[in-house]
Design a protein around this ligand. Structure first.
Ligand SMILES: CC(C)(COP(=O)(O)OP(=O)(O)OC[C@H]1O[C@@H](n2cnc3c(N)ncnc32)[C@H](O)[C@@H]1OP(=O)(O)O)[C@@H](O)C(=O)NCCC(=O)NCCS
Length: 223
Protein backbone atom coordinates (compact mmCIF):
# COMPACT_ATOMS: atom_id res chain seq x y z
CA UNK A 1 0.00 0.00 0.00
CA UNK A 2 1.52 3.33 -1.04
CA UNK A 3 1.55 6.00 1.65
CA UNK A 4 0.02 9.37 0.84
CA UNK A 5 1.76 12.60 1.72
CA UNK A 6 1.26 13.98 5.21
CA UNK A 7 -0.95 16.77 3.86
CA UNK A 8 -3.46 14.35 2.42
CA UNK A 9 -3.64 12.02 5.37
CA UNK A 10 -6.11 11.98 8.20
CA UNK A 11 -5.13 9.38 10.73
CA UNK A 12 -7.62 7.73 12.98
CA UNK A 13 -6.80 6.02 16.25
CA UNK A 14 -9.32 3.45 17.36
CA UNK A 15 -9.50 0.61 19.86
CA UNK A 16 -8.48 -2.67 18.22
CA UNK A 17 -11.37 -5.09 17.80
CA UNK A 18 -11.58 -8.77 16.91
CA UNK A 19 -12.49 -7.76 13.35
CA UNK A 20 -9.11 -6.00 13.02
CA UNK A 21 -6.94 -8.97 13.92
CA UNK A 22 -6.25 -10.34 10.45
CA UNK A 23 -5.30 -6.94 9.11
CA UNK A 24 -3.13 -6.23 12.15
CA UNK A 25 -1.41 -9.57 11.61
CA UNK A 26 -0.70 -8.63 7.98
CA UNK A 27 0.99 -5.39 9.09
CA UNK A 28 2.81 -7.31 11.79
CA UNK A 29 4.24 -9.77 9.26
CA UNK A 30 5.75 -6.81 7.39
CA UNK A 31 7.36 -5.51 10.58
CA UNK A 32 8.39 -8.45 12.73
CA UNK A 33 10.31 -11.67 12.13
CA UNK A 34 8.36 -13.43 14.90
CA UNK A 35 4.71 -12.38 14.51
CA UNK A 36 2.10 -13.42 17.06
CA UNK A 37 -0.40 -16.15 16.23
CA UNK A 38 -3.91 -14.74 15.68
CA UNK A 39 -5.05 -16.52 18.84
CA UNK A 40 -2.68 -14.37 20.89
CA UNK A 41 -4.49 -11.22 19.75
CA UNK A 42 -7.85 -12.78 20.51
CA UNK A 43 -6.63 -13.61 24.00
CA UNK A 44 -5.29 -10.12 24.56
CA UNK A 45 -8.52 -8.46 23.37
CA UNK A 46 -10.63 -10.60 25.65
CA UNK A 47 -9.29 -8.75 28.71
CA UNK A 48 -10.33 -5.25 27.82
CA UNK A 49 -9.90 -3.95 31.36
CA UNK A 50 -6.24 -4.73 31.89
CA UNK A 51 -5.23 -4.59 28.23
CA UNK A 52 -5.23 -1.67 25.85
CA UNK A 53 -4.85 -2.20 22.11
CA UNK A 54 -5.21 0.44 19.42
CA UNK A 55 -5.03 0.61 15.65
CA UNK A 56 -4.05 3.51 13.46
CA UNK A 57 -5.88 3.94 10.17
CA UNK A 58 -5.24 6.17 7.19
CA UNK A 59 -8.58 7.43 5.97
CA UNK A 60 -8.79 9.56 2.83
CA UNK A 61 -12.39 10.48 3.61
CA UNK A 62 -12.13 11.31 7.30
CA UNK A 63 -12.62 14.79 8.67
CA UNK A 64 -10.00 16.15 11.02
CA UNK A 65 -11.72 17.13 14.23
CA UNK A 66 -11.38 20.38 16.18
CA UNK A 67 -8.38 22.05 17.73
CA UNK A 68 -5.55 20.46 19.59
CA UNK A 69 -6.10 20.92 23.33
CA UNK A 70 -3.08 22.91 24.44
CA UNK A 71 -3.31 22.59 28.17
CA UNK A 72 -1.62 19.50 29.48
CA UNK A 73 0.62 18.65 32.32
CA UNK A 74 0.39 17.74 35.94
CA UNK A 75 -1.28 21.07 36.65
CA UNK A 76 -3.90 20.73 33.91
CA UNK A 77 -7.42 19.72 34.82
CA UNK A 78 -7.64 15.95 34.87
CA UNK A 79 -10.24 15.88 32.16
CA UNK A 80 -8.02 17.79 29.81
CA UNK A 81 -4.63 16.41 30.68
CA UNK A 82 -5.42 12.75 31.01
CA UNK A 83 -7.55 11.57 28.19
CA UNK A 84 -8.41 8.03 27.41
CA UNK A 85 -8.50 8.21 23.72
CA UNK A 86 -7.60 10.77 21.17
CA UNK A 87 -9.73 10.75 18.04
CA UNK A 88 -7.76 12.54 15.38
CA UNK A 89 -10.39 12.34 12.75
CA UNK A 90 -13.95 11.30 12.45
CA UNK A 91 -14.78 8.57 9.99
CA UNK A 92 -18.03 7.45 8.53
CA UNK A 93 -18.62 4.19 10.38
CA UNK A 94 -21.19 3.10 7.80
CA UNK A 95 -18.39 2.78 5.25
CA UNK A 96 -15.82 0.02 5.16
CA UNK A 97 -13.06 0.65 7.69
CA UNK A 98 -10.00 2.33 6.11
CA UNK A 99 -6.71 0.42 6.11
CA UNK A 100 -4.77 -0.24 9.27
CA UNK A 101 -1.25 1.17 9.02
CA UNK A 102 -0.07 0.68 12.59
CA UNK A 103 -1.01 -0.73 15.93
CA UNK A 104 0.15 -0.88 19.52
CA UNK A 105 -0.80 -2.56 22.75
CA UNK A 106 -0.02 -2.88 26.41
CA UNK A 107 -1.24 -4.52 29.57
CA UNK A 108 -1.64 -2.87 32.92
CA UNK A 109 -1.57 -4.39 36.38
CA UNK A 110 -1.65 -2.15 39.44
CA UNK A 111 1.29 0.22 39.33
CA UNK A 112 2.87 -1.05 36.16
CA UNK A 113 2.04 -1.08 32.47
CA UNK A 114 3.91 -3.11 29.89
CA UNK A 115 4.14 -2.42 26.16
CA UNK A 116 3.49 -5.71 24.37
CA UNK A 117 3.67 -4.59 20.76
CA UNK A 118 4.02 -1.53 18.54
CA UNK A 119 4.52 -1.28 14.80
CA UNK A 120 3.98 0.99 11.83
CA UNK A 121 3.70 -0.35 8.30
CA UNK A 122 7.07 0.18 6.53
CA UNK A 123 5.59 2.60 3.96
CA UNK A 124 4.45 4.88 6.76
CA UNK A 125 7.50 4.77 9.01
CA UNK A 126 9.53 7.88 9.72
CA UNK A 127 6.56 10.29 9.82
CA UNK A 128 5.97 10.45 13.56
CA UNK A 129 3.30 7.76 13.58
CA UNK A 130 5.22 5.28 15.74
CA UNK A 131 5.68 8.13 18.18
CA UNK A 132 1.97 8.89 18.00
CA UNK A 133 1.14 5.29 18.91
CA UNK A 134 3.76 5.20 21.65
CA UNK A 135 2.72 8.51 23.18
CA UNK A 136 -0.86 7.23 23.20
CA UNK A 137 0.28 4.26 25.29
CA UNK A 138 2.13 6.65 27.59
CA UNK A 139 -1.01 8.79 27.91
CA UNK A 140 -3.11 5.75 28.70
CA UNK A 141 -0.62 4.68 31.37
CA UNK A 142 -0.87 8.12 32.96
CA UNK A 143 -4.65 8.11 32.69
CA UNK A 144 -4.79 4.77 34.51
CA UNK A 145 -2.60 6.25 37.21
CA UNK A 146 0.06 3.56 36.83
CA UNK A 147 3.50 4.71 37.92
CA UNK A 148 5.71 2.97 35.41
CA UNK A 149 5.72 1.77 31.84
CA UNK A 150 8.18 -0.90 30.75
CA UNK A 151 9.00 -2.91 27.63
CA UNK A 152 11.46 -5.27 25.99
CA UNK A 153 13.26 -4.35 22.80
CA UNK A 154 15.79 -6.21 20.67
CA UNK A 155 19.34 -5.10 21.39
CA UNK A 156 19.72 -4.52 17.63
CA UNK A 157 16.56 -2.39 17.29
CA UNK A 158 18.20 1.00 17.49
CA UNK A 159 15.34 3.02 15.99
CA UNK A 160 12.77 1.68 18.49
CA UNK A 161 15.21 2.24 21.35
CA UNK A 162 15.67 5.85 20.21
CA UNK A 163 11.90 6.35 20.26
CA UNK A 164 11.74 5.07 23.84
CA UNK A 165 14.78 7.11 24.91
CA UNK A 166 13.09 10.20 23.52
CA UNK A 167 10.35 9.56 26.10
CA UNK A 168 12.82 9.25 28.96
CA UNK A 169 13.07 5.46 28.98
CA UNK A 170 16.34 3.93 30.07
CA UNK A 171 17.83 0.46 29.84
CA UNK A 172 17.58 -1.24 33.22
CA UNK A 173 18.44 -4.80 32.33
CA UNK A 174 18.75 -7.48 29.69
CA UNK A 175 16.90 -10.73 29.03
CA UNK A 176 19.21 -13.27 27.47
CA UNK A 177 18.00 -14.96 24.25
CA UNK A 178 14.53 -13.47 24.74
CA UNK A 179 13.60 -13.63 21.05
CA UNK A 180 13.18 -17.22 19.98
CA UNK A 181 13.52 -16.65 16.21
CA UNK A 182 17.22 -15.77 16.44
CA UNK A 183 18.00 -16.03 20.17
CA UNK A 184 18.62 -12.30 20.33
CA UNK A 185 18.79 -10.62 23.74
CA UNK A 186 16.26 -8.01 24.82
CA UNK A 187 16.95 -4.82 26.67
CA UNK A 188 14.45 -4.11 29.40
CA UNK A 189 13.59 -0.41 29.32
CA UNK A 190 11.65 1.53 31.94
CA UNK A 191 10.03 4.92 31.97
CA UNK A 192 10.67 7.37 34.73
CA UNK A 193 8.00 7.63 37.40
CA UNK A 194 4.78 9.18 36.16
CA UNK A 195 4.36 10.56 39.69
CA UNK A 196 7.15 12.98 38.87
CA UNK A 197 5.51 16.23 37.64
CA UNK A 198 8.69 17.27 35.80
CA UNK A 199 8.52 14.05 33.77
CA UNK A 200 4.85 14.64 32.92
CA UNK A 201 5.79 18.15 31.76
CA UNK A 202 8.57 16.70 29.61
CA UNK A 203 6.05 14.34 27.99
CA UNK A 204 3.68 17.23 27.39
CA UNK A 205 6.39 19.10 25.51
CA UNK A 206 7.04 16.05 23.34
CA UNK A 207 3.34 15.58 22.70
CA UNK A 208 2.90 19.18 21.65
CA UNK A 209 5.92 18.97 19.34
CA UNK A 210 4.57 15.79 17.82
CA UNK A 211 1.13 17.27 17.22
CA UNK A 212 2.74 20.30 15.65
CA UNK A 213 4.85 18.04 13.44
CA UNK A 214 1.87 16.03 12.32
CA UNK A 215 -0.17 19.22 11.89
CA UNK A 216 -3.20 17.55 13.26
CA UNK A 217 -6.22 19.57 14.15
CA UNK A 218 -7.85 17.71 16.95
CA UNK A 219 -10.11 18.27 19.84
CA UNK A 220 -9.84 14.71 20.95
CA UNK A 221 -10.59 14.93 24.62
CA UNK A 222 -12.99 12.22 25.56
CA UNK A 223 -13.62 11.28 29.10
C1 LIG B 1 9.80 1.39 15.92
C2 LIG B 1 8.72 2.00 15.03
C3 LIG B 1 7.34 1.70 15.63
C4 LIG B 1 8.93 3.51 14.98
O1 LIG B 1 7.90 4.06 14.20
P1 LIG B 1 8.16 5.23 13.13
O2 LIG B 1 6.83 5.72 12.70
O3 LIG B 1 9.09 4.78 12.08
O4 LIG B 1 8.92 6.30 14.02
P2 LIG B 1 8.64 7.87 14.10
O5 LIG B 1 8.72 8.46 12.75
O6 LIG B 1 7.41 8.09 14.90
O7 LIG B 1 9.93 8.37 14.94
C5 LIG B 1 9.83 8.68 16.32
C6 LIG B 1 11.20 8.59 16.95
O8 LIG B 1 11.70 7.26 16.85
C7 LIG B 1 13.12 7.30 16.64
N1 LIG B 1 13.41 6.77 15.31
C8 LIG B 1 12.51 6.37 14.37
N2 LIG B 1 13.16 5.89 13.28
C9 LIG B 1 14.49 6.00 13.55
C10 LIG B 1 15.67 5.68 12.82
N3 LIG B 1 15.61 5.15 11.59
N4 LIG B 1 16.87 5.92 13.39
C11 LIG B 1 16.95 6.44 14.64
N5 LIG B 1 15.86 6.79 15.38
C12 LIG B 1 14.66 6.56 14.83
C13 LIG B 1 13.52 8.76 16.74
O9 LIG B 1 13.77 9.04 18.10
C14 LIG B 1 12.24 9.46 16.30
O10 LIG B 1 12.14 10.77 16.81
P3 LIG B 1 12.70 12.02 15.92
O11 LIG B 1 11.87 12.04 14.68
O12 LIG B 1 12.50 13.19 16.81
O13 LIG B 1 14.14 11.69 15.64
C15 LIG B 1 8.80 1.47 13.58
O14 LIG B 1 10.11 1.66 13.10
C16 LIG B 1 8.44 0.00 13.42
O15 LIG B 1 7.28 -0.34 13.26
N6 LIG B 1 9.46 -0.89 13.42
C17 LIG B 1 9.21 -2.34 13.25
C18 LIG B 1 8.54 -2.92 14.45
C19 LIG B 1 9.34 -2.68 15.71
O16 LIG B 1 10.56 -2.79 15.72
N7 LIG B 1 8.64 -2.36 16.82
C20 LIG B 1 9.26 -2.13 18.11
C21 LIG B 1 9.31 -3.39 18.89
S1 LIG B 1 10.07 -3.12 20.49
Amino acid sequence: MAARSLDESVYILEPMTLDDIEEVAAVERLCFSNPWPLAAYRRELRDNRGNYYIVLRDDPDAEAVGDFPVQYGASAPRRQGRFAFWPLGKRDIRKQAPPIIGFAGMWHVMDEAHVTTIAVSPDYQGRGLGELLFSTLVDETIRREATWLTLEVRVSNYSAQQLYRKYGFTIQGKRARYYTDNNEDAYIMWSESFRNPAYIDQIDVLRRRLHHKLSFATSGVSS
